[in-house]
Design a protein around this ligand. Structure first.
Ligand code: ADP
Ligand code: MG
Length: 278
């Protein structure tokens, strides 16, 4: 299978805080990993570094055997390297005044020449691919509507269709369900899971809601103040362990889910020490 994402000793300091502190991670091809943590714990910052949107102070990131950044320098070829990396945002990042299908077609722009992307000229075959992606996410009937007229859940599905057209092998989703109602949240997580299973995409998804991590992601990485404090099976994230990891913040962060039936049974034998050894 091989390693899809390799992160070594990544650190980033903003004037106000240490956003990432010596983060090292290996994510295999075909994994679906949840990234959890309180607001401000560094989830977005980590994902943006993986896509090469930000340069770290120190450390190294390799995605699909290509160097994304090292020692504070982003690879000069980052635009072409990003063709393999789909980024999904909390606020969807569609162009609201353009039709849904055009938004989906912009997934191709990483792979086309500059003049074609400026003119937004797409072939019949490319339009066909975009329609198929919209069928896959279940919103083909909205293909010609302006993106701004779609509900949040539909817009996020369009954003996933854009990743499909892009043929991204790695999908980084930054709190993709934070603005959605529970049903749309489930839909979007199911779609991410199916892109993982059926298309073999490696998925890293940051989530505020631990119950979604438990349900959809076999592995969870937990951040706290820019440090990885847990990396292991999601099933081991018991209320006790969350309490250990987040102390007094656990109740505030995960309050509702700590009472949910899925969290009632601590799994014996899985401890923080084991997680640390991973
Ligand atoms: P999360 O996504 O987990 O909520 P972020 O990665 O957005 O956390 O932020 C981590 C920390 O870095 C926060 O304290 C945040 O204020 C700070 N931060 C993030 N981006 C910037 C930036 N561009 N400039 C200054 N500080 C930032
Ligand atoms: Mg964030």
């Amino acid at each position: 299978m091989g390693t899809a994402i390799q992160i070594r000793n990544l650190s980033k300091t903003f004037p106000s805080c240490k956003a990432l502190q010596d983060v090292s991670l290996d994510i295999d091809s075909g994994e679906m990993v949840a990234l959890i943590g309180a607001s401000g714990s560094g989830k977005s910052t980590l994902l943006r570094h993986i896509a090469g949107f930000i340069a770290a102070d120190a450390g190294k990131i390799v995605v699909l055997e290509q160097l994304i950044q090292q020692d504070g320098k982003v690879a000069p070829r980052i635009r072409s390297l990003r063709a393999n990396i789909g980024f999904v945002f909390q606020q969807f990042n569609l162009v609201g005044r353009l039709p849904v299908i055009t938004n989906v077609l912009t997934g191709l722009l990483y792979r086309t020449s500059l003049w074609r992307s400026l003119l937004m000229r797409f072939s019949l075959n490319e339009r066909q691919q975009a329609l198929e992606a919209l069928v896959a996410v279940g919103i083909e009937q909205s293909a010609w509507q302006r993106a701004a007229t779609l509900s949040g859940g539909q817009q996020q599905r369009a954003a996933l269709a854009r990743c499909m057209v892009q043929r991204a092998k790695v999908i980084l989703a930054d709190e993709p369900i934070a603005s959605l109602d529970p049903e749309s949240s489930r839909n979007v997580m199911e779609l991410l899971a199916s892109m993982n299973r059926k298309r073999g995409c490696t998925v890293v998804v940051s989530l505020h809601q631990v119950e979604f991590a438990l349900k959809y992601c076999p592995r969870t990485v937990a951040l706290h103040r820019g440090c990885v404090v847990y990396d292991g099976p999601s099933a081991a994230l018991t209320p006790q362990l969350l309490g250990e990891l987040y102390g007094a913040d656990a109740k505030e962060l995960f309050g509702k889910m700590l009472d949910s039936p899925a969290m009632k049974q601590p799994e014996p034998g899985l401890s923080l020490a084991m997680a640390a050894a991973r």
